[in-house]
Design a protein around this ligand. Structure first.
Ligand code: NAP
Length: 346
């Protein structure tokens, strides 16, 4: 066993953290389970009971750095990431390990890019936030749609969920993150107008035509990091948002042998440049579960030296986006990806 096999999962006790631990094991890596609560770490599922565990709070920088020592990468699954990302990324970089997380929070990604780029470059490691369903998947699709180019006149990202069963972590993150959301307008990050614009989006079946509202997540910050986009608008179907806003909506329940819920998702991306418009669509099951193969694919590539840059980077900047998507489809069976000329969506 060496550092390049070992991956510290912070927030390993959480819903997403458990999927990530399972996926690391599936990929023959060695998860080191970490979190703030000895009690919750002691109560991991029996299949994780033999794994090494490290109890450490986010407010203990020296202990955190020691906890990371001897691992090749950190995957942070502990949100709200406004509380955890910076201390953990500093600890990872300080210990010479790569850092990845699954944040959907825009200000977190912006802060990591701002604060960790220079130290990570100096340490020769990568810091790749938002390697997950929200953020990373759209970033990878847009990058792949551009086929090696970096400029687009207009990008639209439409996420469609047949329902949203939010976890406690998602609810806490929504309450914690009150920052004004950002879009790209006139080539620059700009505050989303209020009230957020709405329209109808034509998703592939079975979702079909749905009312949507602009609700940008971390993909705006990752795309702005490495691509030259004139306008970027991100939408979510209002039915999913209604589920999220309803305090009575239950947490996700396992319905298959992998622990996935029955939730179905679509990430629809339309990229326009000049007279050309390309649409790329990823479909799959369970937005929490699918974040595990996405972030673990990033860890596998970082540990294997199959990344394009060190320092703080967007998913599509750090990795070969088309190849990551193909791997997620082929090896993990995590998403199905389709592409084709876009029709005018109104
Ligand atoms: N971008 C995406 O697509 C995507 C996908 C999945 C999840 N997420 C985000 O990931 C986060 C976790 O989601 P989840 O579904 O796994 O939630 P969860 O089941 O509620 O788990 C939350 C985890 O975070 C830990 N945690 C929270 N605050 C912490 C703090 N201040 N210090 C240390 N540990 C802390 C919890 O530790 P304890 O057990 O000690 O409470 C627990 O392990 C949320 O922010 C969610 O929105 C994003």
């Amino acid at each position: 066993m060496n550092a390049t096999d070992r991956v510290l999962v912070y927030g390993a006790t959480g819903h997403t953290g458990r999927f990530v631990v399972d996926e690391l094991l599936r990929r023959d890596l060695v998860p080191v389970l970490a979190g703030r609560s000895a009690e919750r770490l002691a109560a991991v599922p029996p299949r994780h009971a033999a794994l090494e565990r490290r109890v450490v709070g986010i407010e203990e920088p020296d202990v955190l750095r020691r906890a990371v020592a001897g691992t090749g990468a950190v995957v942070n699954c502990a949100g709200p990431f406004l509380d955890t990302a910076l201390p953990l990324a500093h600890a990872a970089v300080g210990a010479g390990a790569h850092y990845l997380d699954v944040t959907a929070e825009q200000p977190v990604v912006a802060a990591l890019y701002r604060e960790l780029d220079a130290p990570a470059r100096a340490a020769g490691v990568a810091v790749v936030p938002a390697m997950a369903f929200y953020g990373g998947l759209a970033d990878l699709l847009v990058t792949a749609a551009l086929g090696g180019g970096s400029r687009a006149d207009e990008v639209e990202v439409a996420i469609g969920l047949d329902r949203w069963w939010p976890t406690a972590g998602t609810r806490a993150t929504g309450t914690r993150n009150t920052a004004t959301r950002q879009v790209i307008r006139g080539g620059a990050l700009t505050a989303l107008e209020s009230p957020a614009p709405s329209r109808t989006w034509s998703y592939p079946s079975p979702l079909g035509d749905q009312p949507v509202v602009q609700l940008p997540f971390s993909e705006v910050i990752t795309i702005d990091r490495h691509l030259d986009v004139g306008e970027l608008r991100s939408y979510l179907n209002t039915a999913a948002l209604d589920d999220l806003r309803d305090a009575a909506t239950p947490a996700p329940a396992s319905t298959d042998e992998h622990g996935r819920s029955a939730q179905r998702f679509v990430v629809d991306v339309v990229v326009r440049r000049g007279g050309d418009a390309l649409r790329m669509t990823a479909t799959g099951r369970d937005i929490y579960a699918v974040s595990a193969p996405i972030v673990v694919e990033g860890a596998v590539r970082l540990l294997g030296g199959r990344h394009r840059t060190v320092g703080a980077a967007a998913p599509g900047e750090a990795f070969d986006a088309a190849d990551v998507l193909a791997t997620l489809e082929r090896d993990a069976g995590a998403v199905a990806v389709r592409s084709g000329a876009a029709r005018v969506l109104g």
